[in-house]
Every structure is written in structure tokens, then in C-alpha cells.
Design a protein around this ligand. Structure first.
Ligand code: SF4
Length: 686
């Protein structure tokens, strides 16, 4: 077999119960499953059967890099984790992407990834030191905040180590606890910090001084020039008198704002992360109570949430002249569109205003305190800002909380810095009746409190700036699988239009989490023009959904990020990245077949382990689509099911059950999966 580059060839199997380490060859899984999430899916399919719960020792947490990781390919420095998510409702197999230098160091230490299994008898941390893996007591670290833990590990192991750690939220099995790297990149969405906690695992540190050989260095240098048109700049630090990351969040800041741009991981030339210097700390901080916060994505909403962000077709759709990856526009990274583009005359840049929601007014210090608290406690900042705070604001305004006292010695008020400090402390340390309820995540908290009142009550403060009408929305803001609305045409960032939120609804339907936090739906502008009048009856909506799902699989398997992929008008970018890393030539068709294989294996896991069916997922995702989008549009049951039919058909899945057919599995080289499912009656009848 020709030499394969990019991979280091080994995966460590780390058993916490008996403190043993064995090794698995990465080539058992690649190149068939590419890397990252693809390999995680295969290991999970082989090793974790039905009936295992998120906090069981039998649940495995799989961390994988991709072939591009540590090769210097831009955006290739990221990694991914997979396991049963405690934050999902119901608990299901899920993934979480993570930046940082940790993944690169793991490869320099001689591993493409590791499988964490079992449960340590006492608080423990793992040290991967250039191929040697050891277990250490974490009794001294247990209870420490995230930054304290990082600092202590550097004191113990040296400044040349890189660690992923949990905070008190993970230790107390708070279901949306996160895992944080040394540069505050987090794996947050699925609550894997609580899986670490359930295994008595406080941290994993790594020292890697080795090298990774890439397949085609010239191609990497070429990719550095062509990929992502780097616009972010690391320095100099900018001094601004106001905080205006978005048009509608602009308020003066006493003493000014000090901000810069940083990369989140090794080899990235795009530096999209916003860092704010010398801001008010939520907890700890320096002797003056100041700290620095890395702001990504939702962090800015902690500062103000009056108006939902607007949307322009250009944010979700590309033209040959304006061919940029999804997140670039959504992140507000200022760039100048090519105005000679004829699409401009057809509404490409037409701004659609977001809904007025009036949740909380502007406060720079409060925003930084909340962002810092989430980092230090190790709790999903997304869930805290977008879901807990929004629900508190709406429920309070609708009088739903009038008969509730959280016992915090003050009035319930999400716009109060002091209230949010006490509220988060109550959750993270599971203090009292309400501390335990909210530590179970919003989806379970609403059900425990009572869905009728605390979920289905209509918020009367949402006003569409497009129709001028008040728009009904339930205070639960729930979309599906224990997650809240996001780019769903209503709720948070709900200003995109039906050509976007319909495929996003299908992507959520066949997933186990809100994928839009790291994979924003994207397609060409002419798709938008073609389908916008009757999207439920246009097969192009189904194929656009499938294209985006496959892009996401590749982004999380190669590794890359959505500042780079998908590139709508550069269909070879993924196979180029793969060849640059591994030296293996793959055509666009071959690498997308691998993506389809990875997606169908994910599907098989949900069918075997969680009994996933058409009825289950359509009934899960449809209810929120009956509430008006920002244009007042909804979708009927018949129309939505017509679109689902088209999607299943294009996927080679049975329309009645939603299960892939044997032909589909065999076409993808998944015969053994079909055999196992047939044996348990989970293959569609002929
Ligand atoms: S573009 Fe941003 S998110 Fe992507 S790898 Fe670079 S810094 Fe990270």
C-alpha cells in the first residue's frame, strides 16, 4: 500500500476503570471514513449498543482529529468529539467540534485520536506525553474553575503542555457542561463536559514534540493562497470607544473597547475569533477583577438583545462572483461584495430586518461577566445566553414567573448582572430545587416545571419589522431534540427566509442537535430564486439539504470549519484538502460518497440505538414550523411531508420508515450494517 500521509496511524484506547491503555490502528478506519467524525461514527457503531445512557461507564467519548489536522492546511487545525449526549432530549449519539491547539498536539504526540472508556474510581486527569499515557489523581484540581485548572496543570506539567478541561458544571453533571481548551475554544453543544464529569475525568493534557508529514506540501502552500481569502488580522489591538460588532449593538463603553482577532487553531490563516482585552471578569480575573474573553458567535448577544439579527440572501447564498463560505457573512466579518454581480439587481443584498424581541438592554460589563462565567464554570454559553436568558426574559414579561422564587434573594431579572451571577451559580452547583431543575438543561426544566405554562405560553413581545405584526412564538423557543430555535425562521437568528429554514428543519430532523451552530445552510443564489415560491414541492430543496449535510460530514471529518466550507463554486476544495494532507487522490464524487457513507452510518446508529423512525423525527421537528416566520409564513403538515418524501427518496431511504434500504447501505460499502439491522428487523420491507 502506498504510504499514506497526514495520519499518524494510531488511536489510543484509554480505559479509566482499570487505568490501561491499548492502541488501535487508524488504518482500520481510513481512508474509508476519512477521519474526525467519520471515524467516530464507525467506532461508536462497533462498540456502543442500544440501552447505554450518557452517564453510564459503558458510554464512550471518542476524540478524533482529521488528516488535515497539524499539516498547516488552513482551518485544518480543528478536532471533533462524539459520544452519547446528556443534553439531547432524548439522550442520543451526537458530536461537538472543537478548536484549540490540543488536537494538533495529540497528533504531534503520536495519536490521531483517543477513545475514553469506563469510569475512574476517583477524580483523575490523563497526561499524554509524546506517546506515553499516564493517569494522575485530580483530587487537587476537582472543584477548580477552568482557567485555574489550566494554570495548575501548566505548573505541574510545564508550559509546553496543552489541555482540555472541565469546570464545576461538568463535575456536577450539568447537562450542558462544556470542555475547554487552553485558548478558550470549547466543545459545548452536546454537554460532553458532563460526560467527563460522570467518568471522574477532570482534564486531559498533552505534550507532543513529534511531526506530521503531509502528502503534498506544494498543494498546502497553494491552498494557503486560495482558501478563504483571509481577512481577519491578528494584530494590532484596536482601541474603540464603542462596542459595535453588529449594527444594532452599538453603545459607548467607558474607557473604550480593546479588541483583536485571533485564530482558534493551528495553521489557520483567517483569525475569525474576536478577543476582548481587559474586561470585567465574572469570577476570578486579575487583582483588579479584569480578564480577557474570546468572543465567538453568540457571545455578543450577552451585551444586548433587543432586535434579532437581520438577514440578506447573500448570507446564505453564493454567486460565482461572491463565493464565500457560510459563516463568513453570518459572523458579520465585514467584506465588500462584488457589486458588478448581476445578482445584486435581483435582491442578493436586500436586507430583511429581524424581529424586535426586547429581551435585554445594552450593558458591556454584564455581557463580559456572563461570557466569562460561562467559560470559567465550563457551561455552554450558547444555551445560557440564547436559551436560559431569553426564556427568563419572555417568561417574566408574560407573568409566568410571578409565582416562582429561585431563592436567590433578589427579583428574577436576566438583564441584571448580579441576578445572572447568582442564577448561574445556582445551576452550576445544583443549589436547591431550581438549581437541580435548570442543571438538567432547558428542555427538561420546562417539562419538569410544566410544558403547558412554562413552555407553550405565547410571548407577546415579538414584532416582525417586515410585516409590522405581532408574531406569536412559544416561550419555550424549543426546536427539536432538546435544542432551541436557531436559523429556523423564528426564534434566535430567525430572520432567514423559507428557502433556508425549510432545509434547516430537515437537517435538524435527521440529526440529534442544532447543526447550525457550526454548519450554516448554504447554496447558490439561483437555488434561492428557483425555489422561493413553492419550496415544499421543489426537489432542489431536498438535494440542497443533502448537499449541505454531506459538506458538514466532510468539514467534521477532514477537518475544516465553516469559515471555509462549503465553497459552492469550488466543488473540488474538499478533495484538494484531502490530497494535500494524505497524498491520496480522490475525485469530488468519491469524497462525497464517503460523506454519504458517514451520514448513513450515523443514521444506522440512531435507528439501532434510539429506534429512530420517520414518525418520530417528523413529529419532533414539525410543531415549531406552525408558528409564523419573520414574514408570517408557516408550512402545512401535508406540504412538509411532501418535502420529507422527496428528501427520503433522494437519499435512498424508505418513505414509510425513514430507514435506508439495503441497496443504499450496500452502495456505500455498509453491507455489515445492513445485515445487523436486518437481524433486528430494522431494514425496510422490500
Ligand atoms: S476560520 Fe475561525 S473557526 Fe475556522 S479555523 Fe480559523 S479561527 Fe478557527
Amino acid at each position: 500500500m502506498n504510504k499514506i500521509y497526514g495520519y499518524v496511524g494510531k488511536i489510543a484506547r484509554i480505559n479509566l476503570t482499570d487505568s490501561t491503555v491499548t492502541e488501535v490502528s487508524t488504518f482500520n478506519y481510513v481512508p474509508k471514513y476519512i477521519g474526525g467524525r467519520g471515524v467516530c461514527n464507525k467506532i461508536f457503531w462497533d462498540e456502543v449498543g442500544p440501552g447505554v445512557k450518557a452517564f453510564d461507564p459503558e458510554n464512550k467519548l471518542i476524540f478524533m482529529t482529521g488528516p488535515t489536522t497539524s499539516t498547516g492546511i488552513p482551518t485544518g487545525g480543528r478536532s471533533t468529539m462524539c459520544s452519547i449526549s446528556p443534553n439531547n432530549l432524548p439522550e442520543q449519539y451526537c458530536w461537538s467540534g472543537i478548536g484549540g491547539w490540543f488536537g494538533t498536539m495529540v497528533k504531534f504526540a503520536g495519536y490521531d485520536g483517543f477513545i475514553i472508556e469506563g469510569k475512574a474510581p476517583e477524580p483523575t486527569y490523563i497526561f499524554i506525553d509524546d506517546g506515553k499515557i499516564t493517569f494522575h489523581s485530580a483530587k487537587e484540581l476537582w472543584g477548580m474553575l477552568v482557567h485555574q485548572t489550566q494554570k495548575k496543570l501548566e505548573e505541574i506539567l510545564g508550559k509546553d503542555v496543552n489541555s482540555i478541561v472541565i469546570g464545576p458544571a461538568g463535575e456536577n453533571l450539568v447537562r450542558n457542561a462544556s470542555i475547554t481548551t487552553s485558548n478558550d475554544s470549547v466543545a459545548a453543544k452536546a454537554g460532553f463536559g458532563a460526560v467527563f464529569g460522570s467518568k471522574n475525568l477532570k482534564a486531559i493534557s498533552v505534550r507532543g514534540t513529534g511531526k506530521v508529514q503531509a502528502g503534498n506540501v506544494e498543494k498546502i502552500l497553494k491552498l494557503h493562497k486560495t482558501m478563504g481569502k483571509p481577512i481577519g488580522k491578528t494584530n494590532p489591538i484596536q482601541y474603540k470607544d464603542s462596542f459595535a460588532p453588529r449594527p444594532h449593538i452599538n453603545f459607548p463603553v467607558p474607557g473604550g473597547v480593546k479588541e483583536g482577532r485571533v485564530a482558534c487553531s493551528y495553521g489557520c490563516n483567517q483569525h475569525c475569533n474576536l478577543i476582548l482585552l481587559d474586561v470585567k471578569a465574572g469570577i476570578g480575573g486579575n487583582e483588579k477583577g479584569r480578564t480577557n474573553v474570546v468572543n465567538k458567535c453568540v457571545g455578543i448577544y450577552a451585551y444586548q438583545m433587543i432586535e434579532d439579527s437581520g438577514w440578506t440572501p447573500q448570507m446564505s447564498f453564493n454567486t460565482p462572483q461572491n463565493d464565500y463560505a457560510g459563516c463568513r457573512f453570518i459572523s458579520g466579518d465585514g467584506f465588500t461584495p462584488d457589486l458588478s454581480d448581476p445578482a445584486i439587481n435581483e435582491g442578493f443584498l436586500d436586507r430583511q430586518l429581524g424581529d424586535i424581541v426586547n429581551y435585554w438592554d445594552g450593558d458591556y460589563d454584564r455581557g463580559n461577566v456572563i461570557n466569562d462565567l460561562c467559560t470559567q464554570y465550563g457551561i455552554d454559553r450558547w444555551d445560557v445566553i440564547i436559551w436560559y436568558m431569553s426564556w427568563l426574559a419572555m417568561a417574566k414579561k408574560e407573568g409566568v414567573l410571578d409565582d416562582i422564587d429561585f431563592g436567590l434573594g433578589m427579583e428574577i431579572d436576566p438583564s441584571s448582572e448580579e441576578f445572572m451571577k447568582r442564577f448561574l451559580e445556582m445551576i452550576v452547583y445544583r443549589k436547591g430545587y431550581y438549581g437541580n431543575i435548570f442543571a438538567e438543561g432547558m428542555a427538561r426544566a420546562i417539562r419538569t416545571l410544566g410544558m403547558e405554562k412554562y413552555g407553550k405560553t405565547i410571548y407577546t413581545g415579538r414584532v416582525s419589522q417586515r410585516t409590522g405584526n405581532q408574531q406569536i412564538i412559544p416561550i419555550s423557543l424549543e426546536s427539536a431534540w432538546g435544542h432551541c430555535c436557531h436559523w429556523a425562521g423564528r426564534g434566535f437568528q430567525g430572520s432567514n427566509d423559507i428557502t433556508c429554514w425549510l432545509p434547516i428543519a430537515i437537517e435538524l430532523m435527521t440529526s440529534t442537535r442544532d447543526a447550525q451552530t457550526n454548519t450554516h445552510h448554504h447554496d447558490s443564489f439561483d437555488y434561492y430564486l428557483e425555489v422561493r415560491n413553492d419550496p415544499c414541492h421543489n426537489p432542489r430543496v431536498a438535494s440542497s439539504t443533502i448537499f449541505n449535510e454531506h459538506c458538514a460530514e466532510l468539514k467534521e471529518s477532514l477537518m475544516s470549519c465553516e469559515f471555509q466550507l462549503p465553497q459552492i463554486f469550488d466543488k473540488d476544495i474538499e478533495s484538494e484538502m484531502f490530497e494535500a494532507a494524505t497524498g491520496i487522490k480522490m475525485t469530488h464524487e468519491e469524497i462525497y460518497l464517503a460523506a454519504e457513507r458517514i451520514k448513513n452510518l450515523f443514521r444506522a446508529i440512531l435507528i439501532r440505538n434510539n429506534g429512530r423512525t420517520r414518525d418520530m423525527e417528523v413529529n419532533e421537528v414539525y410543531p415549531i414550523l406552525t408558528y409564523p416566520d419573520a414574514d408570517g409564513r408557516t408550512v402545512s403538515w401535508e406540504d412538509f411531508n411532501h418535502l420529507v418524501d422527496m428528501y427520503y427518496e433522494q437519499r435512498g431511504w424508505d418513505k414509510k420508515t425513514g430507514w435506508p434500504t439495503r441497496e443504499t447501505y450496500e452502495r456505500l460499502g455498509l453491507e455489515e450494517v445492513a445485515d445487523e439491522l436486518e437481524a433486528i428487523g430494522k431494514l425496510p420491507e422490500k
